[in-house]
Design a protein around this ligand. Structure first.
Ligand code: SF4
Length: 455
């Protein structure tokens, strides 16, 4: 992970020209968060054969493996949520889904690209993985371990919604091996939680957090969102103060965005509004910056555009590190996306088609893409820039071309806008640049991927 000192003595070699920076003020609808490249819109059903083909080959040498499992159930749908989640499934549906996920995993472990491999890191995401009962978690985790043992895993992340986390449930999550509990807190104010459609309230946050600490999870991360509907300066500061007081191992702070398939966007459309009823981007960046400064005062370090960490020497996030550096990621479950032997893929979006495909003995993959080496280079460079800075030498050695040459044009643009920090081997971003990195990364996109929706 990047250390704070790498950005504390910046060398900016060009005068900023703020007038030249295209502005984005109001929050309008759309996905801005860059989590992969080329964008999902460029992945195609016809390319699924590419995945089938690489699965028949032995794995690439020395590439670590991660395993992602998607649990698409939630108690309620949050108004800002853009994931495919289900709030109406009963115990039989959930059992059918767990069986499908296990059958899907069984199909992969039989292929040469995965045979005999063990994951170095695992991630249970959603949706709400903690929606599952302790019994359901037992069936899922025991079944998975039989197919692909986890005994070599260094990190197992489990996402939890505070209102679902009883003492008993948390013990079951720890017993299945979770080392990193990620709590979707988002805010501490009950009115804000309610108006944004969250299922939990602040009382449940403190109860779940204290149980989790008692049980002894090695790492607890909490998620916050800056700029939810009806957020104010005062409420944000109170939320940050409460988060500081809890003292989690890491905090992930997202800036509220309003993708098209959210309840908030549906309301905007019905009312004929273009701007979302949330804070503008400049305000959200200021709020996140303020939060980072509060955490820094008590010894935390900013380790990415969205994260502060209490003790970076101890607290790692292998899932993100793997994802950002080209590790294989075997993903199972509805709508999940993965990367195996150089091929991106995403599963079918809907619950029943996913189950039906697996029951018919087919991989439930909906679309895929084999990026070129240049695209893989761009992907890794952009994603690692989200950590604050990258080593030019490391990229030159991996891809055979210095990033200062490979990305001369977009780097010149960032330099001209005053966001670039160049310090010896390191290429990084100023704090202001880091807080708006997703829009800056568009400069690195191949022009053919710049138009249209990211998702
Ligand atoms: S808990 Fe998360 S996944 Fe579930 S509806 Fe809310 S935002 Fe979406």
């Amino acid at each position: 992970m990047r250390e704070r000192s790498e950005m504390s003595a910046p060398v900016v070699d060009a005068k900023p020209d703020p007038a030249a920076v295209p502005s984005r003020t109001e929050t309008t609808a759309g996905n801005y968060f860059v989590s992969n490249y080329p964008p999902f819109g460029a992945w195609r059903t016809e390319a699924v054969a590419e995945l089938e083909s690489v699965l028949q080959q032995p794995p690439r040498a020395h590439v670590p493996l991660g395993l992602y499992t998607h649990i698409p159930f939630c108690r309620k749908r949050c108004h800002f949520c853009y994931f495919r989640v289900y709030t109406d499934k009963n115990a039989d549906d959930i059992r059918a889904y767990i069986d499908a996920v296990l059958a899907e995993l069984a199909m992969y472990v039989g292929r040469p690209a995965l045979q005999g491999r063990k994951p170095r890191f695992l991630y249970f995401g959603g949706g709400t993985p903690s929606y599952l009962s302790p019994d359901q978690l037992g069936v899922l985790s025991e079944g998975m371990k039989r197919l692909m043992p986890w005994d070599d895993a260094e990190e197992i992340t489990f996402e939890g919604e505070p209102g679902t986390l009883t003492d008993h449930k948390l013990r079951a999550i720890r017993a299945m091996g979770a080392t990193r509990l990620s709590l979707g807190i988002e805010h501490f104010d009950d009115h804000i939680l309610e108006i944004n459609g969250r299922a939990h309230r602040s009382k449940e946050i403190f109860r779940a957090y204290s149980y989790a600490r008692e049980i002894g999870f090695p790492q607890i991360n909490i998620d916050l969102i800056a700029g939810m509907v009806e957020e104010t300066e005062e409420k944000w500061r109170e939320a940050v103060a409460k988060a500081v007081e809890l003292g989690p191992d890491s905090v992930t702070i997202y800036q509220m965005e309003v993708p098209y398939n959210t309840t908030i966007y549906q309301r905007m459309k019905a009312e004929g509004r273009l701007a979302a009823p949330v804070a503008d981007w400049e305000t959200k960046r200021r709020w996140v910056d303020w939060a980072y400064r509060e955490f820094e005062k008590v010894g935390y370090t900013v380790t990415s555009t969205t994260t502060v960490v209490k003790d970076p020497a101890r607290v790692k996030f292998l899932y993100r590190a793997g994802l950002f550096s080209g590790a294989d990621l075997l993903s199972v479950g509805v709508a999940s996306f993965g990367h195996l032997s150089g091929v991106h893929y995403q599963n079918l979006h809907d619950f029943q088609p996913h189950i039906d495909a697996v029951r018919a003995g087919r991989l439930p993959v909906y679309r895929a893409m084999r990026p070129t080496t240049e695209e893989l280079y761009t992907r890794e460079f952009m994603l690692q820039l989200k950590l604050g800075s990258v080593s030019a030498a490391a990229f030159a050695s991996k891809f055979g071309q210095d990033p200062r040459i490979q990305f001369a044009a977009p780097l010149a643009t960032l330099r001209q806008w005053g966001f670039l920090v160049e310090d010896g081997d390191r290429i990084g971003l100023t704090r202001d640049g880091l807080l708006q990195v997703d829009r800056l990364l568009m400069e690195f996109f191949d022009p053919k991927y710049r138009s249209g929706r990211y998702a």
